[in-house]
Design a protein around this ligand. Structure first.
Ligand code: GAF
Length: 384
């Protein structure tokens, strides 16, 4: 539906048949805040996406517009600079255009209309979809031959310019995702492999707490990263040369425990344990053991709640409610934190009943109507 609206709008207003790009959002099964610590993650690209329509123009300007959330048309100049704009999304395109120009890419001039159905601030990485989809579209339209790897790094740099010192999980999930599979990514050497995640008799369900986050504005995300970096630097000073938490062991942590501030210690310990959980999850999925998968989800959630301290009371309530239901094997908050969705593994038989209970209890507790979606895993960014 969104795609049709964009296509029709483009044809009516720009009088041509555009190049169309689909850029998915992502979920993450496990491995939260491990990417910038060079650890492991297990995300997947989803059907909910941002769609882009592109055409070249002869005006030496880049016109980007959306008719959906924050409708606005922004004009950027290929010599650099742009007209003043209000919409938050404009900052991402501004940053990307700046980076592409700095890298020496010739951007000629083009028009772009975009829009999508990824809920914003729901932990489904609409910003990575926005950045990676735009970069891919520009590259295809203008024959720039930007590889997926370079795309991921440009999109990450754009996030950093805007203020979120994120890792590369979201960009890799959005670019390399594959239908019906999760993507196991080693964030140090950026190698990946695909993992089937179908568990017989169970469904993966997303529950949107409707508490929206804006990680680039909340400084809490960057504070977590700083905590991890402080621990790495103490291990470096006191024990041995390490370049990230990936090289730090539990023995290292115990040896420096008295020298690190207790909060940083707790954060680092969480990251080490979360990396282990990614491997445990891979094993549990391979065994097709839904109980074990559920337990790992729950361990991950409560560690994020108590040690990394990035959940909210609403998300904790959703997870706790699921824990009381026999058919819910487990759930956890997903993404950077401070709002967004939980991912849940729920018995397919009687699924609607389980969801009904969760929706009702959540409403009673918080007065908020949560939204539930069946997880559909689609392919990474591609031309339509
Ligand atoms: C956000 C970031 F963008 C990712 O890089 C990752 O750190 C994630 O939070 C937490 O796992 O989505």
């Amino acid at each position: 539906m969104v795609l049709d609206s964009i296509k029709n709008y483009f044809i009516t207003h720009y009088k041509s048949s555009p190049l169309l790009i689909k850029a998915p959002g992502r979920v993450n099964l496990i491995g939260e805040h491990t990417d910038y610590n060079m650890g492991f993650v297990l995300p997947a690209s989803i059907e909910k996406s941002i769609y882009f329509a592109f055409q070249k123009n002869n005006h030496k300007t880049i016109n980007v517009e959306t008719i959906f959330t924050d409708p606005e048309k922004i004009t950027f100049y290929i010599q650099g600079g742009c007209e003043p704009f209000k919409a938050g999304w404009g900052n991402y395109f501004k940053a990307i255009i700046q980076i592409l120009l700095k890298k020496g890419y010739d951007l000629h001039g083009f028009d772009c209309v975009f829009g999508g159905d990824i809920p914003i601030g729901a932990g489904l990485s609409s910003s990575a979809a926005l950045c990676c989809g735009f970069i891919h579209g520009v590259s295809q339209l203008l024959d720039l031959s930007i590889s997926k790897k370079e795309n991921a790094h440009i999109a990450q740099e754009a996030e950093h310019l805007i203020g979120l010192n994120c890792g590369l999980m979201d960009q890799y999930a959005v670019l390399f995702g594959k239908q019906s599979h999760a993507l196991f990514l080693d964030c140090r050497d950026l190698t990946h492999k695909y993992v089937p995640i179908n568990l017989k008799e169970y469904s993966w369900i997303l529950i949107d707490s409707k508490i929206q986050h804006n990680l680039a504005v909340d400084s809490e995300y960057n504070h977590r990263r700083n905590s991890c970096e402080r621990v790495v630097s103490i291990v470096n000073d006191r024990i041995e040369r390490v370049s990230s938490l990936r090289d730090v062991t539990t023995e290292h942590l115990e040896r420096i425990k008295l020298e690190v501030n207790p909060e940083d210690y707790k954060r680092a310990k969480y990251v080490l344990e979360e990396n282990d959980r990614v491997h445990k999850m891979m094993d549990a999925l391979e065994l097709g053991n839904a109980d074990l998968v559920g337990q790992i989800l729950l361990q991950g959630h409560w560690a994020m709640s108590k040690d990394y301290e990035i959940t909210t009371p609403e998300l904790d309530y959703l997870v706790k409610t699921g824990e009381q239901l026999e058919d819910v094997k487990g759930s956890r908050m997903m993404g950077g934190g401070f709002g967004g969705c939980t991912i849940n593994l729920i018995k397919t038989d009687n699924l609607e009943n389980s969801l009904e209970i969760i929706r009702r209890k959540y409403k009673e507790e918080t007065s908020i109507e949560c939204e539930t979606y069946q997880l559909e895993i689609g392919d990474g960014v591609h031309i339509l």
